[in-house]
Design a protein around this ligand. Structure first.
Ligand code: ATP
Ligand code: MG
Length: 232
């Protein structure tokens, strides 16, 4: 199960992982020769059992960890959306939180407000700019985290099980909104999930097993393969 668009050194790939190894210690090697490429402007998902190394791989992609060997090529501006938004929204209000992510860019107050508004508009939450973070629903918090990445002009957004804490309706709303954002704005997204119904929204998916990608490509094919394995 391989995809023709996702072969070695595809020039259109914006995320490139080549043969990486990473261990928390010499006894706990998590990634062993892991390679993958995500084409620019596409929405890909990453599947794998608990403990297979999905979150570790995302942290490596975000530059939060360094591989022991192998290479990772990523754009300079990458966003990260965590499973629990309470771990990443740090300011008291929505507008302040998004503006906080722009501090290092030395923008004028006007430019900052413009970026914040544009990003909130992109996730359809413009009317919540002054809302305290604690008065948001889980789905709204995830959309604010996404707006933060959009405000920073991130080309790639990494999502680590962003729907795990959401109810089923909000879950599907979020995944479909991310698909729309990817298609409308030319973003690239890599989304970790355990929920097979989310595969309907992506362009392609990877299956991580034994420290490497063992299957990749067309989402429906991967879904059928996983369902068949579950039934065995
Ligand atoms: N900070 C850490 N220190 C040591 N070992 C860790 C650390 N974080 C994760 N691990 C180990 O690395 C392995 C991969 O963990 P990881 O969290 O990447 O898996 P995962 O695929 O994201 O799992 P899940 O589906 O449960 O989120 C596991 O064996 C885990 O115990
Ligand atoms: Mg994880």
């Amino acid at each position: 199960m391989t995809s023709s668009i996702n072969t070695k050194s595809d020039k259109s790939a914006i995320i490139k992982v080549d043969n990486i190894y990473f261990g928390w210690s010499s006894e706990a090697v998590v990634l062993k020769g892991c390679s993958l490429q995500v084409p620019q402007g596409e929405f890909w998902m990453l599947l794998g059992n608990n403990g297979s190394g999905k979150s570790t791989l995302l942290r490596l992609l975000a530059g939060l960890l360094i591989p022991d060997s192998g290479t990772i090529v990523m754009p300079r501006k990458t966003g990260f959306v965590f499973q629990n938004p309470d771990h990443q929204l740090v300011m008291p209000t929505v507008g302040a939180d998004i503006a906080f992510g722009l501090v290092s860019e030395n923008l004028s107050q006007m430019q900052t407000r413009q970026r914040v508004k544009e990003a909130l508009d992109a996730v359809n939450l413009l009317d919540l700019e002054r809302r305290p973070i604690h008065a948001l629903s889980g789905g709204q918090k995830q959309r604010i985290a996404i707006a933060g990445a959009i405000a920073r002009n991130c080309e790639v957004i990494l999502f680590d099980e962003p729907t795990a804490l959401l109810d089923p309706d909000t879950q599907l709303e979020l995944v479909s909104q991310v698909r729309n954002l990817v298609k409308k704005r030319g973003l690239t997204a890599l989304w970790v999930t355990h929920r097979l119904e989310e595969l309907d929204y992506c362009d392609g998916a990877f299956l991580l097993e034994g420290g490497k990608v063992v299957a990749q490509g067309e989402p429906q094919m991967l879904k059928e393969k996983l369902l068949a394995t579950e039934q065995q």
